[in-house]
Design a protein. Structure first.
Length: 328
């Protein structure tokens, strides 16, 4: 028997890199729906170990709650208490190195925790969107156009293997859940978290980061990924869905383009980064060369706006220009 659920979206991991953007996207979407319907906006709930860092200050409609996955019974207790209609599951151990160093905790976060959440959403009739990764692929080369949802996963890393097990735990427990596989997500604010931000922060410190010329991805600007996930939380799609950009690009070319878009001359940008390969770094067996995703279904069937790197960089350039003109 299902319980009465609150008109709320609970975001597990709301203080992380993707999570903070998801919280902002959820608040904006709730306000827009409230204006259209002339009804009270739905609540946005953020659960994480550092709830105060989801957004700075007090924000109307946002409630941040402390949550530790390691607590016995904590997951079900929190869900019973909050009773959200929608759950967006972003919490994960996403570092390949950390998953190798702490395999037990990695399994708890990436496999067992998603399974517990999925059992609750299935039992209570709530909507679940679970975020996974393109790194469930990598041991085999992709087909033309990138990996599709129907292609067999073959991870190279323990992280990818655990995320794949987490996907299966979710879909086994809640057949109506959606598993959204995301690509490399990046941003351009230089806070030092997430692809792009780490690069900008390193360059500002005077470092010369190494970037791979033989590692191909289909990246998404993190705010675009967040908006897509919030749309999906209100949709009915089930099963697997690839949510990725349309452009196939190397880590090196992404970094170079980002440095240029954020104001550096091309020659200066090239001087700030070092091109390398997985072979040169001894990482051919631990880092996949190509995990590009085919997100045709997300764009055509669900109508998601998934801009490519070129479009996102153009937006960043325009935003910087507007800010500079406003400050003049």
């Amino acid at each position: 028997m299902t319980r009465t659920l609150r008109d709320a979206t609970l975001i597990f991991g709301g203080s992380g890199f993707l999570g903070r953007h998801a919280v902002r996207a959820a608040l904006a979407a709730a306000e827009a729906r409230a204006k259209r319907s002339r009804r009270k906006a739905e609540l946005v709930l953020s659960a994480s170990r550092e709830p105060e860092s989801a957004l700075e200050g007090t924000v109307e409609g946002l409630y941040c709650v402390p949550f530790d996955v390691a607590g016995r019974g904590a997951t079900e207790e929190l869900l019973d208490d909050l009773a959200p209609k929608r759950v967006l599951l972003l919490t994960a151990m996403a570092s390949i190195a950390h998953c190798d160093a702490y395999p037990g905790y990695a399994r708890a976060l990436n496999v067992e925790f998603p399974g517990r959440v999925a059992r609750w959403t299935a039992a209570n009739g709530a909507r679940l969107v679970h975020v996974s990764t393109d790194l469930v692929f990598g041991a085999q080369a992709p087909p033309d156009g990138g990996f599709r949802e129907t292609d067999a996963p073959a991870p190279m890393s323990n992280y990818g293997a655990l995320k794949l097990q987490g996907e299966r735990a979710v879909t086994a427990a809640d057949p109506h859940a959606l598993v959204a596989r995301l690509p490399l997500c990046w941003d351009a604010h230089g806070r030092g978290c997430g692809a792009g931000e780490e690069l900008l922060a390193a360059v500002e410190r005077g470092a010369r980061p190494k970037l791979f010329t033989d590692e191909w991805r289909t990246p998404l600007l993190v705010e675009d990924a967040a908006h897509a996930l919030i749309e999906l939380a209100h949709a009915r799609a089930e099963g697997l869905l690839h949510v990725a950009g349309p452009e196939r690009i190397t880590r090196y070319d992404l970094g170079l383009s980002l440095l240029i878009a954020t104001g550096r001359a091309p020659a200066d940008a090239r001087a700030r980064i070092a091109a390398t390969t997985r072979k040169d770094e001894g990482l051919e067996r631990s880092r996949p060369g190509d995990v590009c995703l085919d997100a045709t279904r997300a764009r055509t069937e669900l109508g998601l706006a998934l801009p490519g790197v070129s479009q996102a960089l153009a937006r960043i350039t325009r935003s910087r220009k507007t800010s500079a003109e406003g400050a003049a």
